[in-house]
Design a protein around this ligand. Structure first.
Ligand code: T3D
Length: 262
């Protein structure tokens, strides 16, 4: 385990903190590998029922570490294999994570850092939050799923504008255009609000949440037949859970359900 990625477990909530504050949590190979591998472990970790992704210090994440990147370019290595080795698996793991993921976006999220936030199920921001699709500023196209997530959130035309102009979007505007799900009044509240939401979700029907995420991604991309097939499969799985039976029993007994995530 590396201290570049801090892993905190509080009950069933796991908080992952990108921890290179002096470089605005820019993503080095070691940090990307830690994030990729930890997300892989959390996928099947049943003691984890919600994940918060945060950054240490004043920024969420400034994307690819350009210092490390420059060292590779200067050494003549222009083949950008980190996309397939790191960014793509991280994106797949975030989107396919069978439990809720919440990004606590304090300060700037740029480049691949912005992309990470867009793959979370919720994005909590504060007054200092700025989202910057910085790729074109350094002569690159988008990555880490941004060409998939951004048009889904803001529509094709606006996604194109944000990627081509590569200007920071401030917190209020980000909220208005759907890049943030919630905005706190104070930056200090960003992480606690994200963790509070995660705790609420971690006490919910985890299997159903995973199924909802999966069926929505299929329904969003496919035909009605694809959606109906995914829904049938999802209900077959959820209908067989202890949580479903206990929740129906609780409803009939006029009690509050307790979900155990199975
Ligand atoms: O092969 C591949 O990697 C392809 C994949 C690429 C994916 C990508 O993410 S491409 C996009 C890479 N990121 C960027 O282009 C963002 C670059 N940074 C900025 O535009 C600005 O720093 C910010 C808008 C993020 C923040 O601006 P500001 O004025 O608040 O802070 P600053 O003064 O520019 O930065 C503070 C420090 O963080 C500074 O270090 P210093 O001078 O105090 O020692 C700065 O160099 C460092 N920093 C910021 N971003 C990065 C970085 N260091 C390394 N890599 C960075 N991306």
């Amino acid at each position: 385990m590396t201290d570049l990625l801090l892993v905190d477990r509080t009950d069933a909530v796991v908080t992952l903190t990108l921890n290179r504050p002096a470089a605005m949590n820019a993503l080095t190979t070691d940090l990307k590998e830690a994030l990729r591998d930890t997300l892989g472990e959390l996928e099947s970790d049943r003691s984890c029922r919600a994940i918060v992704l945060a950054g240490a210090g004043r920024a969420f994440c400034a994307g690819q570490d350009l210092q490390e990147h420059m060292e590779k370019l200067s050494a003549g290595n222009t083949r950008i294999d980190t996309v397939s080795a790191h960014y793509n698996p991280i994106a797949q793991r975030l989107v396919n994570m069978p439990k809720p993921v919440i990004a606590a976006v304090r300060g700037v999220a740029a480049g691949a850092g912005a992309s990470l936030t867009l793959l979370a199920d919720f994005r909590i921001g504060g007054p200092s939050t700025r989202l910057l699709m910085a790729f074109a500023n350094v002569g690159l196209a988008g990555d880490t799923g941004v060409s998939w997530s951004l048009p889904r959130l803001v529509g094709h035309a606006r996604a194109l504008e944000l990627l081509l102009l590569a200007e920071p979007v401030k917190a209020e505007a980000a909220l208005a255009m759907g890049l943030l799900s919630r905005l706190t009044e104070d930056d200090e509240q960003v992480l606690p609000v994200a963790q509070e939401l995660a705790a609420r979700l971690a006490a919910g029907p985890t299997v159903a949440y995973g199924a909802i995420k999966r069926e929505l991604s299929i329904g969003d991309a496919g035909t009605l037949s694809d959606a109906l097939a995914a829904e049938a499969q999802a209900q077959a799985i959820c209908g067989a859970t202890a949580d479903h039976k206990a929740a129906v029993e609780a409803f009939l007994a006029k009690e509050k359900p307790v979900f155990e995530g199975r």
